[in-house]
Design a protein around this ligand. Structure first.
Ligand code: Z5A
Length: 213
């Protein structure tokens, strides 16, 4: 029996989160682990509506403060409606992004003060922190090229410039360096097969540590 865990996946543009998430889903199912998958911003009906506002290029004038508060409005709902109840029922929760993304994008990218984001984390996100965070890290230009090759229209945040995403990456890396117990950096610049091997090894180690008596 493995205790319920909250696992998050983070990374910049085109890091390969979608591909990795599908693999995590298969891996946990094969290990007999009941997991709830969700995403941010979103994951609840209200959260998905907020996501629509956040990513819609029509709102390009959204100020940094509104952006930060909307991220946490969606998160507050997700924590209370999805994450806390699932963990309480003994289920794992795997989320495509969580509060680290706010520290990286709204903090690093937009320059919102770290202390302000930490306050929001404490009350809006109920102080909830993941047990394990996989950080898919790769050079910004490489990620942008991958995302670009996927086609489709860029959303409001994807329209930001290279220097914005460089600050996002630097903030993610700084957070990972400051909390090596929770963060596991994954070299996402490698071919997808190598990335999935790194992810599997990380999950296997986490699982064995978690089920140790
Ligand atoms: N955001 C925020 O600002 N603050 C917050 O608090 C939160 C979020 C929670 C929406 O997130 C936006 O919200 C996001 C951050 C912000 N904005 N941006 N930019 P999202 O997670 O939904 O969107 P995203 O980051 O843009 O993710 P994505 O577009 O789904 O990308 P991805 O899942 O990381 O990549 P992918 O689709 O799996 O891969 C991209 C392409 O590369 C695809 O064609 C793959 O086949 C290919 N790929 C993947 N891996 C490889 C490897 N290893 N080699 C070669 N090719 C690969």
């Amino acid at each position: 029996m493995t205790a319920a865990a909250f696992v998050t996946l983070e990374g910049g543009e085109g890091a390969g989160k979608s591909t990795v998430l599908a693999h995590i889903r298969d891996y946990l199912a094969a290990a007999g682990i009941d997991a709830q998958f969700t995403r941010e911003p979103g994951g609840t009906p209200a959260g998905e509506a907020i996501r629509g506002v956040l990513l819609d290029p029509a709102y390009r004038g959204l100020c940094a403060e509104s952006e930060l508060l909307l991220m946490f409005a969606a998160r507050a709902q997700l924590v209370r409606d999805v994450v806390r109840p699932a963990l309480a029922a003994g289920r794992w929760v795997v989320s495509d992004r969580f509060t680290d993304a706010s520290f990286a994008y709204q903090g690093g990218g937009r320059g919102q003060p770290e202390a302000r984001i930490a306050d929001l984390e404490a009350w809006a996100a109920d102080g909830l922190r993941p047990d394990l965070t996989l950080l898919l890290d790769l050079p910004v230009a490489q990620g942008m090229a991958r995302a670009g090759s996927r086609g489709g229209e860029a959303d409001r945040i994807e329209r930001e410039q290279l220097d914005f995403f460089e600050r996002v990456r630097a903030a993610y890396r700084a957070r990972a360096a400051a909390d090596p117990e929770r963060f596991r950096p994954i070299d996402a610049s490698r071919p997808i097969g190598d990335v999935l091997v790194q992810v599997e090894r990380t999950l296997a180690r986490f699982l064995s540590a978690r089920s140790a008596p």
